[in-house]
Design a protein around this ligand. Structure first.
Ligand SMILES: Nc1ccn([C@@H]2O[C@H](COP(=O)(O)OP(=O)(O)OP(=O)(O)O)[C@@H](O)[C@H]2O)c(=O)n1
Ligand SMILES: C[C@](O)(CO)[C@H](O)COP(=O)(O)O
Length: 374
């Protein structure tokens, strides 16, 4: 243990990446990239502590993957994410890395550690081999450094440097601005940052995602309530009663949400939308499904197909099947032929047979987003 904490920054929004999946959630075999990179760096050096910084709404999901790390919610900027992580750093030194730099070679980590203490911040860089023009003027390219991460800082100095109102794009510029010392060491082209989708062709150290399929199931029941509008599968049903619920009571969409979350290993609808939360009172469940679909795609999955079975003695479902199928396929952004809607009565048995309510059983299949096929 060398009194160094590793902070892995994984809370970005991947806005420049431009794909359905966020870059830190691309899979290599079965591992999300953030886990692959964190495990790789932790194999190079025996850190005192490893902190993974996640987007706030992915924190619970991320923690499912590995409980050996500490997890912290990130902020709106890289700097905010760093500051949030630093609140949990007690070691004398901190190594902060971008998960977007997924193929950092071990010799860079070795060089950072061997320079520990030689300056307030040890920074890997690359020289440039192109001619450089800055504001229409050609400048001496030997004076240009392309800065990389991880960077190894004295924790106290970095904390002090970030207590600034200024926004810095990396640790070393903050430390320099605070009068600290910086030592530059040669980095490696392999440490290239994954920013745009075309950068994927340089992602040499990771394997393709597994082609496995993941299946989840959902089940929900809602009793009838007189005088309420009925919405089922996002479609208004022409009957003088609806579903008793905190939300609009769309029992099909609730069941489908649980099937999607189940396939992704992401818990259940109540963990995402507590029925004690006033913001979901009478909410349109299509909005909930839209949020869950965005989550499923952003954490690196694609939806293969869904199969939904409505168990109802009333109302008659057949007249609405086509519209429900169309609505669900649009909400999931999958072809209509990948959405199957079944309806059955309960043969007048039980609460369904007594026309007290409706149950829906759902199944969903997911696969990893195949970024290698781009
Ligand atoms: N609020 C933020 C913003 C960025 N990062 C992390 O900082 C690293 C470098 O940021 P960048 O490559 O810009 O990632 P994104 O912010 O996701 O990309 P974009 O700017 O295109 O949205 C990434 O590992 C990213 O996850 C972070 O932890 N918290
Ligand atoms: C920290 C960094 O990787 C050093 O080059 C870079 O500044 C991150 O920039 P981004 O826009 O936050 O990706």
């Amino acid at each position: 243990m060398g009194n160094i904490t590793l902070v892995m920054l994984c809370a970005g929004s991947s806005s420049r990446f431009g794909l359905s999946a966020k870059k830190q959630w691309l899979r290599t075999e079965h591992n999300p990239l953030w886990l692959f990179v964190t495990n790789k760096l932790s194999s190079y050096y025996d850190f005192d502590k490893i902190i993974v910084v996640s987007s706030h709404h992915e924190l619970n999901y991320m923690q499912n993957f590995d409980d050996q790390f500490h997890y912290v919610a990130g902020g709106q900027t890289r700097q905010e994410s760093m500051k949030n992580a630093l609140q949990k750093v007690t070691s004398e030194y901190v190594m902060i890395s971008d998960v977007a730099r997924s193929c950092v070679p071990s010799h860079v980590i070795d060089a950072l550690v061997s320079n520990k203490g030689n300056a307030d911040c040890i920074v890997p860089y690359l020289n440039v081999s192109d001619t450089v023009v800055y504001e229409d003027e050609t400048i001496h390219r030997e004076n240009v450094k392309l800065i990389q991460t991880p960077q190894l800082s004295k924790t106290a100095k970095l904390k002090e440097a970030l207590n600034s109102s200024k926004e810095f794009t990396d640790d070393s510029s903050a430390i320099k601005d605070a009068g600290g010392t910086v030592k530059y060491i040669l980095g490696d082209k392999a440490s290239m940052k994954l920013t745009f989708d075309e950068d994927l062709k340089h992602l040499s150290c990771v394997k393709a995602p597994s082609n496995a399929t993941f299946v989840g199931t959902g089940f929900d029941i809602h009793p009838f309530e007189e005088g309420k509008k009925m919405v089922l599968g996002g479609v208004e049903i022409d009957v003088p009663y609806g579903f008793k619920a905190h939300s609009d009571g769309d029992v099909l969409i609730h069941s489908l949400i649980d099937a999607l979350l189940g396939a992704a290993g992401a818990g259940d609808i109540g963990e995402f939308f507590p029925d004690t939360d006033a913001q979901y009172k009478n909410i349109d469940s299509k909005k909930l499904l839209t949020e869950i679909v965005a989550f499923i795609y952003s954490v690196g999955y694609e939806i293969v197909n869904v199969d939904l079975t409505i168990v109802a003695q009333q109302p008659k479902i057949n007249p609405y099947k086509h519209n429900i199928k169309t609505t669900i396929s649009e909400l999931l952004n999958i072809p209509k032929q990948c959405v199957n809607i079944k309806a059955t009565t309960a043969e007048k048995l039980g609460f369904v047979g007594r026309k007290e309510g409706v149950a829906v059983q759902s199944s969903a299949a997911l696969k990893y987003y195949d970024w290698k096929c781009l």
